[in-house]
Design a protein around this ligand. Sequence first.
Ligand code: OGA
Ligand code: NI
Length: 364
Amino acid sequence: MELKVVKASVEKGEGLGWGKSLLVPSIQEILKNDSQSVPERYIQEPKDRPLISQNLFDSLQVPVIDFSMLAQKDANEIRKLDLACKEWGFFQIINHGVREEIMVNMKAAMAAFFELPFQEKSKCAKGANEIQGYGQNFVVSEKQKLDWCDMMFLKTFPHETRNFKFWPLTLPGFKEAVEEYSTEIRKVSNKIDANLSVLMGMDKNGLKRKLGEFQQGIRMNYYPTCSRPDLVLGISPHSDGSLFTLLLQDDEINGLQIKHKEVWIDAKPIPNSLVVNIGDAIEILSNGMYKSIEHRAISNEKKPRMSIATFVMPGDEVQIGPLDSMVNEKHLPRSYRNIKYIDYIRQKFAMKMQGKAHTPIVKL
Ligand code: OGA
Ligand code: NI
């Protein structure tokens, strides 16, 4: 069988920005020829395979934060947020203010893109030296196991980082849906950033003052069905390199799992909510008080699953390191060194997704 490799012409590349990744086949396309196929390159080593039937920890739930209570500065909700960040690194937010219609439109736009013929999607394909566009990232070796997922990554803020050569501009409504969604998510992320600033001992503008304008990037994950979900991973265990990430997941289909106290817990979908997780940059800035937590996605036999991850990040040239308010020579010695954000991200993209393999690079 001929494998269709997602590739773009070399001229599309603009030198090394955030990193590079080997070009790989589209799993969605492979399955169009044979829906039962599970190519060897996707079969995980036995130790890495998910235990699909494991429901032992069904009662454990990712904390739910009512965003409208945070807006009212409700002390109890703020305490819940602090605990969720410390003990879970993950929480789901409800009443976040993003209108349902905007989320529905975003999901529909993403679905319409992945339903396009391969030739059409390929017009947005990433190059080997690109991280934006349609394809896959974090593939650094021909021997590496591949994730059961195709993705589309677009930078959305600041405005000038938008590179429309990777956007399917002829797809009706796509650009509008992404623009509206990214704008609304930015409002939510500004409120999260203000709350985290206060929890980390600053005023509500503390993080913005230290880091300047944030960047935003949107990763759309398409997980096709799999005849053997016990052998593959939708997305390998990793922590996010962002400050924090807001994930819009399918309203019904389980897929996201979080490593909590050494066991994998399902982040069961709550319709219209957003899953928020702490990324490596907040771990470093908070001097380890809030940790970026390993997570992964599993696939299923019944229905394709889609998710939309919005990464909120410092600017490329910004130095990140433990905040003054989080360091105390006696009780809280500095445990991470300073690093320019782009240097951190380049190290991240140069490795495969591999659990918490990245923050140790900047640990003292
Ligand atoms: C990600 C991610 C999880 C999911 O894109 O970084 O962790 O459920 N996605 O799709
Ligand atoms: Ni992630």
